[in-house]
Every structure is written in C-alpha cells, then in structure tokens.
Design a protein around this ligand. Structure first.
Ligand SMILES: NC(=O)c1ccc[n+]([C@@H]2O[C@H](COP(=O)([O-])OP(=O)(O)OC[C@H]3O[C@@H](n4cnc5c(N)ncnc54)[C@H](OP(=O)(O)O)[C@@H]3O)[C@@H](O)[C@H]2O)c1
Length: 377
C-alpha cells in the first residue's frame, strides 16, 4: 500500500529530527563542504546577532542545510562586526532594501516592525521570507506553518519560481503546544483546550537572558536590581507575561495561542483559552495543556499516539517522578511530553491532561523556520 504523502513527510521529519539531534556539534570539515553548494539557495539572516538569529546559524549547521551564500544582516549598530560560521568569517551588514537582491530564502528574526517594513521589500525582490515575528501570522494570504502539523498550507509556494512569498512561523508557545496536541487532535478531535504556560527568559531575546543572569547576582549579593527589560524583579519571582494586555483582559501572547491554533488546525470552532506566565528559567518553555475531546480517549492510547508522533518524545515516569523540565529539552529539537493522564473532571474519558516542554528558541523559532525552508527544498 502506498504511504500517503503526509505520513511519508512525517516519517522523514522524524528521521531528520533524530539524525540532527545525534549529530549535533560533531560536524567534520567534510560535512561543512557538503553544505556549501553552488546549486543551493542563497540565504539571508535578518537579526543574526539576536537570540533566534544565532540559533538559525546553529540549526543550519546541525542539519547540513545546503546554501550557496549567506548574508548576515542586523541593525546599523552591528554593521561591520564579524560573524564566524562554518569556519568562515562573515562581515555583518546593515539591513537595507538592496540586502535582498539575489536572495532565495530570507530568515527574519528582528521583530515585528522590521518584518513589516522589510518583509514586503524582500518579497518584491523575489525572496521567500520565513518570518519569526507576529507581523503576518494572521494574514489570510500568509501560511502559518508547523512542518509536522500543516505542511500543505505552503504547498503553493515554490522556490526558484522567481516569485517572492511570505511564510510565517507561529508563536513559540503555539508551536510547542500544538506539537503535542495535534497528534491527539487527529485521533480524537479537540473541542476545547486550556493552556497555562511557564515561559523562559530566552523567549524575550538575548537581552532578557542577560537581565535574568545579572539580577540573580544582584539579588544574591544584596545589590539594587537592574530592571531594563522587565519592569519588576524577575530573578526568584514570576509574573504574568509581559505582552500588552488587550481590552478583553487577555494579553497578546495568550491571544496568539487562541488565534494561531484555529488558523493552523483550520478549525474556527475550537475553543482555546490560555494564561501565559514568565518564569525565571533561562531557556525553554513549559506548558500545562488540558484537552476536551469529541470522542473518548484512554490515557494508554494517548501515550501510544504521542510516542509515535514526529518531533515528540515522552518523559512520563510516575514511579520515579520523572517528567519533562526546561533543562531536559534545552538545545534539543524535540518537544517532551509527560504527566499524561485522564482529566478526572470530564466524563467518560473525554478529557486529557499533559505537560509539555520545548526549547522555544529551537523548535519554537529557528528549527521550525529551517524545517519550513527544508520543505521548500
Ligand atoms: N526568542 C524567542 O524564543 C523567539 C521565539 C519566536 C519568535 N521570536 C521572534 O523573533 C524576533 C527576534 O527575537 P530575538 O529573541 O532573537 O530578539 P533579540 O535577541 O533581541 O534580537 C533582535 C535582533 O534584531 C536585530 N535588529 C534590531 N533592530 C534592527 C534593525 N533596525 N535592522 C536590522 N536588524 C535589527 C538585532 O540586531 P542588533 O544586534 O544589530 O541590534 C538582533 O539581531 C522577534 O520578532 C521575536 O518575537 C523570538
């Protein structure tokens, strides 16, 4: 029997994910030469000096992503600085309109305003833009893609067609949540989802990670606190996500989970509610996810489904109380799921609770974007 296109893709993605995890940071000069190819796409990285930009470089290298050339782009402040990548020294250039001439794929991670301004410029110059900001995610004409979940949403976009296009990377919390919730949803439709997040400093960029480090020293040494990124003490504390609060009482991060889930699942009826919290963890987000299902699903079947899902692994040892943590997934490609259990508050096995952890700079941003680029190839 022929393997359906989607399943084949899932198998390939799972294989690639495993391969990259095992081969990470053990690259030889041989594999470096394999990545530099004359017939491969020209790349540009917008925001290369940032937390996500630096991870783009790591992921490109880990996955031997083929490229003919790479432009390293950032703000005027970084122009002229050196960036070493795969044994070669590059000079960082200031982002300008002409930066995209001859660029096949542009990976953007410099914030929403930069994407809004330069994304359309890059598209007009023929580049396919894969954007990490929220600028275009809810635009009906822009696919919002998690390669393991909805690769078909971008099937109309072709590399080397001479036509530029935009593809949006979902919000990091949405990606991590849906990596675990989608395999369950495919088996037994999710009709309502309640998400509570525990989000790391890295989600707010390189400067927020520095602030957490600095504040930790300051608290321990009894010094006055530096609060440049967050308005209140972050070390040894937690607070509601720093995204602006909307008139409906939700913050923007929470509404991203609501709206993006509907778009990615192409299900405008699924009910989603979220509470997003910033916790003093350096890297990788955790999420408690409660699912209400249309059809009953027992927890053993749920465990089996999650065990086979691409890009997901299970840590669920009740005897030794061993479950996912941010540290266990930091620098890892796959999302960890544990605490898999029936929700006792729902009748007839219609509810499931899971706890999910994922490296949001990696699968929540850079890796997901590069998997999108791999789909283009
Ligand atoms: N961190 C995450 O986990 C995560 C996850 C998903 C999506 N995102 C999104 O990815 C984007 C970047 O996040 P980040 O965490 O990497 O932030 P970051 O560490 O603060 O980095 C920001 C990057 O943007 C560049 N930049 C700023 N102004 C610029 C300008 N005028 N022209 C060109 N480049 C400019 C910076 O360059 P300079 O160093 O020269 O200033 C830097 O490279 C944001 O849209 C964020 O929402 C982040």
């Amino acid at each position: 029997m022929a393997i359906p296109h989607y399943q084949l893709l899932t198998h390939i993605t799972k294989f690639q994910t495993n391969l990259s995890t095992s081969s990470r940071r053990t690259k030889s000069n041989f594999t470096v030469r394999m990545s530099l190819k004359e017939d491969a796409p020209s790349l540009a990285i917008v925001g290369v000096t940032g937390a996500v930009g630096q991870e783009f470089l790591q992921v490109l290298s880990d996955r031997d992503f083929p490229y003919k050339s790479i432009k390293m782009l950032a703000s005027k402040k970084s122009a002229g600085k050196k960036q070493v990548f795969e044994d070669k020294e590059y000079v960082i250039e200031e982002l300008k309109d002409e930066s995209f001439d001859g660029v096949d794929i542009a990976l953007f991670s410099a914030g929403g305003s930069i994407s809004k301004k330069f994304g359309p410029i890059a598209v007009n110059r023929g580049s396919i833009v894969i954007d990490n900001s929220s600028a275009f995610r809810m635009d009906d004409n822009v696919p919002l893609v998690i390669p393991e979940v909805n690769p078909d949403a971008m099937s109309h976009i072709k590399l080397y067609s001479g036509k530029g296009a935009l593809i949006a990377n979902p919000n990091c919390s949405t990606i991590i949540c849906l990596m675990a919730a989608t395999p369950i949803h495919r088996h037994s439709k999710v009709i309502r989802m309640v998400v509570s997040t525990y989000q790391a400093a890295s989600g707010a960029g390189a400067a927020a990670m520095e602030e957490l480090k600095l504040q930790t020293h300051e608290v321990l040494e009894g010094k006055p606190l530096t609060c440049n990124i967050f308005k209140e003490q972050y070390a040894f504390n937690l607070f509601s996500h720093n995204a602006p609060i909307l008139p409906n009482g939700y913050n923007e991060e929470e509404m991203k989970l609501v709206k993006e889930t509907r778009k990615i699942w192409n299900d405008h009826n699924v009910k989603v509610t979220a509470t997003c919290i910033r916790v003093p963890v350096m890297r990788a987000h955790a999420e408690s996810v409660n699912l209400q299902l249309e059809k009953p699903l027992d927890e053993d079947t749920a465990r089996e489904i999650l065990g086979k899902a691409a890009g997901v692994f299970i840590i669920d040892d009740r005897v030794s109380n061993n479950f996912p943590t941010p540290l266990k997934v930091s620098n890892k490609d796959d999302v960890a799921v544990g605490r898999i259990r029936q929700d006792l508050s729902q009748d007839g096995k219609h509810g499931l609770d899971i706890f999910v952890c994922g490296d949001q700079i990696r699968k929540g941003a850079a890796l997901n974007a590069i998997q999108i680029a791999e789909l283009l190839l």
